[in-house]
Design a protein around this ligand. Structure first.
Ligand code: PSU
Ligand code: MN
Length: 308
């Protein structure tokens, strides 16, 4: 199959998939564009360790030399982290040209899902997913992550969506596309830095086993598309809602003034929010990613058990 020309899967991940062992996919845009160096590399390695400590195998995904690589090395993580914003942030539309030219790219949620699905990895943990941006009724800025959730069979564990997005419209979009939004031990969609958003999720599920059971049904019925598991940031690391709202508003107005658009908007806002919160948002971001990695491992383990 020609696909093999464009897909590379580490031996460890290949063996795990064949033997029905738990694997958790991890993205690389969060490394290159989501956090500054060196915290980005430290976090990516800690996330991998968290997955392992909880009994699963991590598979960090990136595009290197024109291949979708599933299960990259710590050296490759360091390379992407150091290069930072100079790496191309690669969503679905970037794949044809990057792969044909043999280039590198950091995978977003969308492209990480694509590569994970190609490799047979069904569980993916990250920080936040893209969504419908505020003002999308005029800008049409809707992340390709949502379309990917509509069509690619990978379950994504995240801490909800940041209120740099229009959370209500994001939920409506997901509903239209048939994507189940689960709250892990919560009825309310978490808002990334904060545990609450005021918007209800579709279903509250309280254990990794219940989540795995739902994932398994999707697999067995061959229902296409992903599922979104939203996991609130641990109480002790959550940021005050009012302060966050103000920061986000402020960051968005700076972005508008400077005319930041398209794929640059999310990295720009993350960086601004970090400055406006004195680095506290970065600390919260790291903690919630680690928390998601743990839940991802637990769900992956349950899924393997239930597959039998
Ligand atoms: N949200 C975050 N951190 C991130 C991203 C989103 O808190 O790093 C990244 C993810 O890789 C996500 C992408 O898939 O941004 C969405 O970008 P866009 O809205 O341009 O599709
Ligand atoms: Mn966008």
């Amino acid at each position: 199959m020609k696909l093999q020309n464009y897909l590379w899967v580490s031996q460890e991940v290949q063996d795990a998939i064949r033997e029905n062992k738990p694997v958790v996919a991890l993205e690389s845009t969060i490394i290159s564009h989501g956090m500054p160096y060196p915290q980005n590399v430290e976090t990516a390695l800690r996330v991998e360790k968290t997955v392992r400590d909880n009994g699963a195998i991590p598979a960090t995904i990136a595009i290197l030399g024109g291949k979708l690589c599933v299960g990259i090395t710590p050296e490759q993580i360091e390379y992407l982290g150091k290069k930072g914003l100079k790496v191309i942030k690669a969503s679905r539309r970037d794949l044809p040209v990057l792969l044909s030219r043999g280039e590198d790219g950091a995978t977003t949620v969308a492209t990480t899902m694509i590569a994970a699905a190609m490799a047979g990895v069904r569980i993916f943990a990250t920080g936040g997913v893209g969504g419908v941006h505020r003002g999308a009724e005029t800008t049409m800025d809707i992340s390709a992550d949502l379309e990917e959730l509509a069509q690619t069979d990978v379950t994504v564990i995240c801490a909800g969506a940041k209120s740099i997005l229009d959370l209500g419209l994001t939920l409506e979009y997901l509903e239209t596309k048939g994507v189940t939004v689960v709250g892990y031990q919560t009825e309310e969609l978490p808002a990334f830095y904060c545990r609450k958003s005021g918007f209800p999720v579709d279903y509250r599920l309280d254990t990794p086993a219940e989540i795995a059971a739902a994932v398994l049904v999707k697999e067995q019925c061959e229902l296409k598309g992903g599922m979104l598991i939203t996991n609130p940031i641990p109480e002790e690391y959550a940021m005050p809602e009012k302060e966050m709202d103000e920061c986000i508003q402020h960051a968005i107005s700076i972005a508008n003034e400077q005319g930041i658009k398209g794929k640059n908007i999310t990295p720009f806002l993350l960086d601004r929010i970090k400055t406006l919160t004195d680095g506290k948002s970065l600390e919260a971001n790291i903690k919630l990613v680690l928390n998601n990695a743990k839940l991802g491992a637990e769900i992956a383990i349950e899924l393997c058990k239930q597959r039998g």
